[in-house]
Design a protein around this ligand. Structure first.
Ligand SMILES: [Zn+2]
Length: 290
């Protein structure tokens, strides 16, 4: 017994330089590995509320907003919820719900008013006054697209330190504008438009998995990528897709298609949408402050 203990002690003593080396490596690592990106907060319709969750355990907290599971991320040993606020949200006091063993705990926050400008556009009449066939097509396509955008996969992707801008180009239409097509009011603009010559490559903003790739009536040739935990991105009006299919994994910066003007579009451009917990939010909040 004694000799065994002595052997163990000797073993520990021999391990010490290795332990020191490991500790040194651990102290050095945080400086070497860049932290995952963090969106900017803007508590307005179409914005993001970042709320600390008082959960101390390693396991991800379960947070809900409007009955949808919310993205959670860890920073400095604390948990935060990235709550996507839909454009349709009325300003005022709202609450996300943190599900605990003792019941739901409300996490209240204020949604501030934001005045989005109006934008008037002229497009092909067939994209405003729909034929019965096109209306039937839109009714088929809408649930397919919503299903892809509103997906919740619990897996947490290893996020890079920055979101990749899917396309360098001229910004033609910002997020949130109230849209009037051929004098008829339509849904607000739920993405960011960037114009570039037809054929310019479009890249994935973040790593993830392709969950939709199809030619839709309004969105044209479109790719939807699931980044895990209810964070998704959508890329519309493409001229052509890359050689990828639904289910394929993509890395941030990987080419997913080419700029085009398919669907309801006034010229070659990318319509880029970001979504959190089923809410379309301003993609600019995912990019570094200008
Ligand atoms: Zn657009």
């Amino acid at each position: 017994m004694q000799s065994q203990q002595a052997r163990q002690n000797t073993g520990q003593a021999k391990l010490n330089p290795l332990v020191i080396l490991l500790l040194a490596l651990l102290l050095w690592l945080p400086g070497a590995v860049q932290a995952a990106f963090w969106p900017r907060e803007d508590r307005v319709p179409g914005g993001i509320a970042i709320i600390e969750i008082p959960q101390r355990s390693e396991s991800a907290p379960h947070v809900f907003f409007n009955d949808r599971r919310v993205y959670t991320a860890r920073h400095d040993g604390r948990w935060y919820a990235w709550v996507g606020i839909p454009l349709s949200q009325s300003p005022g006091l709202v609450a996300a719900l943190w599900r605990t063993r003792d019941g739901d705990v409300p996490l209240a926050f204020e949604v501030n008013h934001k005045d989005y400008p109006e934008q008037r556009l002229n497009v092909e009449p067939r994209h405003v006054d729909l034929s019965p066939e096109d209306l039937a097509r839109v009714r088929r396509e809408t649930p397919e697209l919503r299903g892809a955008m509103d997906i919740f996969r619990p897996a947490q992707e290893q996020l890079p330190s920055e979101v990749t801008l899917p396309l360098e180009g001229r910004r033609t239409s910002p997020f949130g504008f109230r849209r009037v097509f051929n004098d008829q009011p339509r849904n607000p603009h739920n993405g960011l438009d960037i114009a570039a010559p037809q054929g310019t490559p479009i890249v994935a903003a973040l790593p993830g998995r392709i969950v939709a790739q199809n030619h839709y009536f309004f969105n044209g040739k479109t790719v939807v990528i699931d980044h895990g935990q209810g964070m998704t991105s959508m890329y519309c009006h493409m001229h052509a897709f890359a050689d990828l299919k639904v289910g394929d994994r993509v890395e941030a910066g990987q080419v997913i298609g080419q700029i085009g003007t398919t669907g309801r579009s006034t010229g070659p451009h990318l319509h880029w949408t970001m979504s959190l917990n089923g809410a379309r939010v301003d993609p600019d909040l995912f990019l570094p402050a200008p």
